[in-house]
Design a protein around this ligand. Structure first.
Ligand SMILES: [Zn+2]
Length: 313
């Protein structure tokens, strides 16, 4: 793969839907952004104040049931992972995400609504060369039975996700692929989030999943899928976990050149691996071309890395 150019949206797109956790209507607008902006979440307060949160590991505030971004003023936006997966999966480098309502709408529980919106807006090639975060050495995080590893990999970004649920319709599942926009669209974009009937009361009492329904979640009883139309892929569960991992790894702030391997992972593990990677300056460098080293991380002062690595630089 040679050097490629950054992209942004060709035009603004507005999306409205229900937040799966808050249960209320939520709106996001996706806007074009200049080269080296990255993905930036923006919220306009009722008093006219504007908060901006660039996507970065330091913006992660909660990963219990969704990935939640915030800053020193508090939380800003929940359930960002499917939108971030759509940006990364389609190769969108720069965009402003205006959020109203504190949560990205869940739509059907997959990334396809964002993918279709982005594709309808169209992508615009920008003048700046795309930069990648290249993994130089293994980074491994283990939490209980969950393990996540980022490893060097020279042929792009490879995702290897394994799950093991003690449920007869899931069991052990594995998904592995080197991602391209085509592979993402075909394999992952339509995979929906899932939950267990047995967990519903616990989630509701904790204030989560208040907007969950069969329209936006695969719901599993002890021995069957409750959604009348069934599954979209026979292994939709692991594909959704792969989609979540892609979205969570977007919190690195740049597309990753490397291989991500996770076993029994989730948002918390994914976020921990991203944070561990970016905290270890000897574990990564920034390159403009996947074939060679372009700039060492010591040079990172300006443009693209500023939002993502402000804390470290
Ligand atoms: Zn998800």
């Amino acid at each position: 793969m040679r050097a490629t150019y950054q992209t942004t949206l060709a035009e603004r797109v507005d999306l409205m839907g229900r937040g799966v956790h808050c249960g209320a209507q939520a709106r996001v607008s996706l806007l074009p952004a200049g080269s080296d902006t990255g993905i930036v979440f923006v919220n306009r307060g009722a008093d006219g104040t504007i908060r901006q949160i660039p996507v970065s590991p330091t913006a992660i505030r909660n990963t219990d049931f969704a990935t939640v971004l915030g800053d020193s003023h508090g939380l800003m936006c929940s359930t960002v992972e499917h939108l971030l997966a759509a940006f990364t999966g389609l190769g969108v480098d720069n965009a402003i995400v205006e959020v109203e309502g504190g949560e990205v709408p869940i739509f059907d529980g997959s990334a396809i609504a964002f993918v279709e919106a982005i594709e309808a807006a169209g992508l615009e090639r920008q003048d700046a060369v795309r930069r990648y975060l290249k993994v130089l050495k293994p980074i491994r995080v283990t939490e209980g039975r969950s393990t996540g590893e980022l490893l060097p990999y020279d042929a792009g970004f490879r995702l290897e996700v394994e799950i093991d649920f003690a449920h007869p319709l899931i069991g052990r599942q594995r998904y592995a692929a080197t991602l391209t926009p085509e592979v993402f669209h075909r394999d992952l974009a339509r995979a929906r989030t899932f939950g267990f009937m047995s967990d519903v009361a616990k989630l509701w009492s904790a204030g989560y999943a208040l907007g969950a329904s069969l329209d936006n979640t695969i719901c599993l009883a002890d021995d069957r899928v409750l959604n009348p139309a069934g599954l979209r892929y026979s292994d939709e569960f692991v594909r959704h976990k792969a989609l979540d991992a892609l979205g969570d790894l977007a919190l690195a702030g740049l597309p990753i050149l490397g291989r991500y391997h996770s076993v029994c992972g989730g948002h918390k593990l994914n976020a921990a691996v991203v944070s561990a990677l970016t905290a270890d300056c000897s574990a990564w460098t920034v390159v403009e071309d996947t074939r060679k080293r372009a700039r060492g991380h010591a040079d990172l002062g300006v443009p693209v890395a500023v939002p993502a690595y402000r804390a470290e630089s």
